[in-house]
Design a protein around this ligand. Structure first.
Ligand SMILES: [Zn+2]
Length: 60
């Protein structure tokens, strides 16, 4: 399983998942639909947290 973190466009409310491996702090992620800069919302963080918890529960 790959861990993805979602960013949300404040304008059109679309979400874009980015692989955590590719995540780099300070990098701008623009919405492919409208070009606005996407943001991390608390909703995004909550779903990431749920993903992370199920990821940690998986046997390795
Ligand atoms: Zn957008």
């Amino acid at each position: 399983m790959e861990l993805e973190i979602a960013f949300e466009c404040p304008q059109c409310r679309k979400r874009f998942a980015q692989n955590l491996i590719d995540y780099a702090p300070g990098t701008r992620r623009l919405c492919p639909a409208c070009g606005m800069e996407t943001i991390l919302t608390s909703d995004c963080l909550q779903s990431f947290r749920a993903d992370l918890e199920s990821f940690c529960r998986q046997p390795h």
